[in-house]
Write a protein that binds this ligand. Structure first.
Ligand code: A3P
Length: 283
């Protein structure tokens, strides 16, 4: 991936797409948060759309699921400030780049994590399909880029570790894609209790139906997509999102050698991480 493709620019050492204007990134720290803002945080391809859909159904009162804070140009900050209801704000930003006022106001965050091997495979396909991302080489060269953190949004490891380090300063609920696949009602109960929302079993059952992979995928076929209404700064085209929605697809891509290299890096980088104990990591 070369920055000269025009699709990518590097800010603070992290590759961003042209959909995140440098002026916006430079002015993020002027953003005024509100005490009741809720952040939906993820490294790309970890289940962002799934989590966002759950949130839409979870709140009984009117809330606004906004576009990501890093998506667009300078007008984004004003656009967000004009929203009157509670704001649910998605982001792929690293903790370092999160506007300071969210930290000062101790806004809550929900962070969704997925096995990095499946995340890498999902991002590989995204690179291939998404016109906002540059052309990449075949899988082996791409995987090396992923491990070096030279893909959009930077290193998976740095993203997770940065958010983990500050989990108590910015109260963060960590959710795991694979645990959600296994027991979605349990994950919804966790979210509700983190946010202080009362919800009964029937309502949870309804949310599970409405947010199943098949339901969400078929809804996209019917929906007309609004380019400004996106929860992922990398695309507004939801048709690119619903690929397989499974656990363990990485096994169809990794050679033994690639798997060994990945495991070595994971062990080194995640050695001191307590989150690593909960991540569904398969050797
Ligand atoms: P795959 O490419 O492995 O299929 P994001 O929303 O962060 O871009 O993540 C996209 C990934 O989440 C895709 O993974 C997509 O299929 C999966 N996904 C989206 N909605 C889902 C759902 N309701 N249930 C399970 N997986 C879902």
């Amino acid at each position: 991936m070369s920055a000269s493709s025009g699709l990518i620019h590097v800010f603070n050492g992290i590759p961003f797409t042209a959909r995140s204007a440098p002026e916006l990134l430079r002015s993020l720290n002027t953003f005024q948060a509100r005490d009741d803002d809720l952040l939906l945080v993820s490294y790309p391809k970890s289940g962002t759309h799934w989590l966002a859909e759950i949130m839409k159904h979870l709140y009984p009162s009117k809330v606004s699921l906004t576009a990501p804070i890093e998506f667009g140009d300078l007008s984004k900050l004003e656009e967000l400030s004009n929203i009157n209801s509670k704001r649910i704000i998605p982001t792929h930003l690293s903790y370092d780049m999160l506007p300071t006022d969210f930290k000062v106001k101790k806004c809550k965050a929900i962070y969704i994590i997925r096995n990095p091997k499946d995340t890498a495979v999902s991002l590989f396909h995204y690179y291939r399909e998404n016109p906002h991302l540059p052309t990449i080489d075949a899988w082996p060269a791409y995987l090396e880029m992923f491990l070096r953190g030279e893909v959009v949004c930077g290193s998976w490891f740095d993203h997770i570790l940065g958010w983990e380090e500050h989990r108590n300063e910015t109260p963060t609920l960590f959710l795991y894609y694979e645990a959600m696949k296994k027991d979605l009602p349990k994950a919804i109960r966790k979210i509700s209790s983190f946010l202080g929302i009362n919800i009964n079993d029937n309502e949870i059952g309804e949310i599970c139906k409405k947010t199943s992979f098949s339901e969400m995928r078929s809804n996209v076929e019917r929906e007309r997509s609004d380019p400004n209404h996106t929860v992922c700064s990398l695309t507004s085209n939801k048709r690119l999102i619903f690929r397989k929605g499974t656990v363990g697809d990485w096994k169809n891509y990794f050679s033994n050698r690639q798997n060994r290299l990945f495991d070595e890096m994971y062990q080194t980088k995640m050695d001191s991480s307590t989150l690593a104990k909960c991540i569904h990591y398969e050797n």
